[in-house]
Design a protein around this ligand. Structure first.
Ligand SMILES: C[S@@+](CC[C@H](N)C(=O)[O-])C[C@H]1O[C@@H](n2cnc3c(N)ncnc32)[C@H](O)[C@@H]1O
Length: 212
């Protein structure tokens, strides 16, 4: 697997943010809210079911809810706020870890069957490094799925995301997968109907390639 420079194919300042303070400061206080509406949450759970995300699952950039319809056998949730993570009823274990400060994941290779990242990929400043790491800790054939909507914390999202529309967002995440060189074919999907009203939900996912 290659370890590309995360910024290389993106314009200068793509990963800059209005708020460049440590993420630990922004996420110091818990937010016991949902970041997407019930329809979008249902679409996340339905997709996880469809993709068969069970077994040992890693929920990246998580909080107090992980959106699985059925709790995986062993769910590990990684995020920034300990009180939110401790309140996650689906989590078997949780860990506070800043992926922008340290994209290397604190897990052994092949620790997980699958990984998820819900409404948070837009906050990653070194996404390709993180995607390479996810492919290391998820077994070959396991799925990594990113879901997102059109709501976000604008001061913490990377600039390139803020200047793109939903279609472009799907392309950006697909590019993260491709640049990591660690996944098979990438699938993108709009999971909520275009004229349904409510928060839209988009997904991009791929299976981890068997290392050469
Ligand atoms: C919009 S919330 C989404 C939370 C959850 N995934 C959900 O679906 O409700 C963004 C999450 O990203 C996490 N996050 C933000 N920056 C992070 C970073 N640098 N490293 C790890 N997690 C981060 C925060 O802890 C927060 O829970």
């Amino acid at each position: 697997m290659k370890r590309p420079d995360a910024g290389a194919p993106f314009p200068r300042h793509f990963f800059a943010r209005e708020d460049e303070r440590d993420d630990a400061e922004f996420y110091a206080s818990p937010r016991f809210v949902t970041h997407i509406d019930d329809g979008a949450i249902a679409a996340v759970g339905a997709l996880y079911d469809e993709l068969g995300l069970a077994g040992r699952v890693l929920d990246l950039m998580g909080s107090w809810v992980s959106h699985f319809r059925e709790r995986p056998q062993h769910l590990t949730v990684l995020g920034m706020n300990a009180r939110e993570l401790a309140a996650n009823a689906q989590a078997a274990e949780w860990i506070v870890h800043d992926l922008n400060a340290e994209p290397v994941l604190p897990f052994a290779s092949d620790s997980f069957d699958h990984a998820t990242c819900c409404v948070s990929v837009d906050y990653l400043t070194r996404p390709v490094d993180v995607f390479v790491e996810v492919a290391r800790v998820v077994r070959p054939g396991g799925i990594f799925v990113c879901t997102f909507s059109n709501r976000l914390f604008p001061t913490k999202a990377v600039r390139g995301w803020l200047h793109a529309d939903s279609e472009a967002h799907q392309g950006i995440v697909a590019e993260y997968f491709q640049l990591s060189g660690a996944y098979r074919a990438v699938t993108t999907r709009r999971c909520t109907a275009a004229h349904a009203g409510g928060d839209p939900l988009f997904a991009v996912w791929a299976a981890v390639r068997t290392p050469a």
